[in-house]
Write a protein that binds this ligand. Structure first.
Ligand code: ATP
Ligand code: MG
Length: 418
């Protein structure tokens, strides 16, 4: 048996992992600035949770879940979470918040699992940073969520476009649904096999067909079917986005793949990603908490695809390479004892420092210092200890300076600059 990783699962080492952490950290800082609280939920849940919320006819539940019977008495059928929203809603209800303190602003971060065909930007284990806001049915909340996403993409400096739409609510969606069914039947021969199945089970998904994107140009638009209240809600969202100077495009044929969305739906696409360009997706889900057994509380949320956002950063050359400020080189046992303390002090001065092996030759150590990308090498021998100094070598310019131990941090910080 070959002990290789599974298809669609990735090892992320160094720069690839750091790019993901960078996205996560920025998202976390921003979520806190928007007064959101963290929620951590299980990776394993009952399969039923996703059947009930994500929806029996969604691609996720129909064909992408990792699901199996647990070995407990009842052989509970469990699934690795394919998305975060159902677990967060379950946790919210289970904590009684829908009744005791319904207005909640929550964020989560972690791995999700979907058994889909792996390709660039599409993996079987991937990471999402998500936000869920409960108890806020107002359009100002939708606008603030979109402003937050705009702010994150600007902060990360990735080129992006934001698309928004409204897919109506329980009152006006049936008419739109019916129009899509009629359209689908009229275009039956041109539709793919997946879409033939969607017509009766989940007609909104006809618009999400990746195979026949061109064909949908003749399909009905959700905006033509909105009731007065949904229209007013959508108009206010747009008005607030304009007031906040957020650039967006209305895409009247955008739908979301999950069953629980109502009214506002949105997607953000980033450049440099090819086919898998959607980096953020979400929308309003006013009926979901009630569907899952809780009180009638409104909800809205989104998830950032961390893997794809990290790829976008890397494609734009915006992911900083991690390299130490200084490599410490000690010549001999006495110098090692001294150097280990110097290294600690430099770290306390907020420098990133790697102490190299004292058991190798100077030439090999200087080569190593360059290889790890250090800006400076700090060289310490017996003579330096006696005089209370260190040699700081600027590895970019190949210049060397003797400074006192107290001056070392400043000399390192100056190394490698133009
Ligand atoms: P897609 O249409 O690309 O399959 P989706 O509608 O299934 O996306 P959501 O469930 O809304 O996506 O998830 C939100 C975001 O999570 C996506 O926009 C994407 O950035 C990311 N994402 C979803 N599935 C994957 C995956 N298999 N691998 C990597 N990222 C993913
Ligand atoms: Mg998908």
């Amino acid at each position: 048996m070959e002990l290789t990783r599974l298809r669609g699962f990735r090892d992320l080492i160094g720069a690839d992992a750091s790019a993901m952490s960078l996205v996560e950290e920025r998202a976390r800082v921003l979520a806190e600035r928007y007064s959101m609280k963290e929620v951590r939920i299980p990776v394993l849940e009952r399969t039923q949770l996703y059947q009930r919320s994500t929806g029996e006819t969604s691609d996720i539940v129909e064909k992408q879940m990792y699901t199996f019977a647990d070995r407990d008495e009842g052989e509970t059928v469990v699934a690795l979470r394919p998305e975060g929203t159902p677990g967060v809603v379950r946790a919210y209800i289970e904590a009684g918040l829908d009744r005791t303190d319904p207005e909640q602003r929550l964020f989560y971060s972690g791995p999700m699992f979907r058994r889909e065909r792996p390709q660039k930007g599409r993996y079987r284990q991937f990471y999402q940073f998500g936000v869920e806001v409960f108890g806020r049915p107002d359009a100002a909340c939708d606008a603030e969520i979109l402003i937050m996403i705009d702010e994150l993409c600007r902060d990360l400096k990735v080129p992006f476009t934001m698309e928004i739409n409204s897919i109506g609510d329980q009152k006006c969606r049936p008419a739109f649904r019916e129009a899509l069914v009629q359209w689908g039947r009229a275009h039956w021969d041109a539709l793919c096999d997946d879409c033939h199945n969607r017509i009766d089970r989940n007609p909104l998904r006809l618009l999400d067909c990746k195979i026949d994107a061109k064909l949908t140009e003749s399909a009905p638009k959700s905006l033509d079917y909105l009731c007065g209240e949904c229209r007013a809600h959508f108009d206010t969202v747009k008005e607030l986005l304009i007031a906040a100077n957020v650039q967006f495009i209305v895409n009247p044929r955008m739908v979301r793949g999950l069953d629980y969305y109502t009214r506002t739906a949105f997607e953000v696409m980033a450049g440099g990603l090819g086919a898998q360009s959607t980096v953020v997706a979400g929308g309003r889900y006013d009926g979901l908490v009630e569907t899952m057994g809780g009180a009638a509380v409104a909800g809205i949320g989104f998830a950032i695809g961390i893997d794809r956002m990290a790829l976008a950063l890397q494609a734009a050359g915006l992911a900083p390479a991690a390299a130490p400020d200084a490599a410490i080189i000690a010549m001999g046992p006495a110098a090692t004892r001294h150097a280990i303390v110097v290294a600690r002090n430099l770290r306390e001065a907020n420098l990133n420092v790697e102490m190299l092996s004292p058991e190798r030759k100077m030439k090999a150590l200087l080569a190593r210092a360059s290889k790890i990308g250090a800006r400076a090498a700090v060289i310490i021998g017996d003579d330096e200890i006696a005089r209370g100094v260190v040699q700081v070598r600027d590895l970019k310019h190949s210049t060397q300076r003797e400074v006192t131990v107290a001056e070392a941090a400043r000399a390192i910080a100056a190394a490698g600059k133009e």
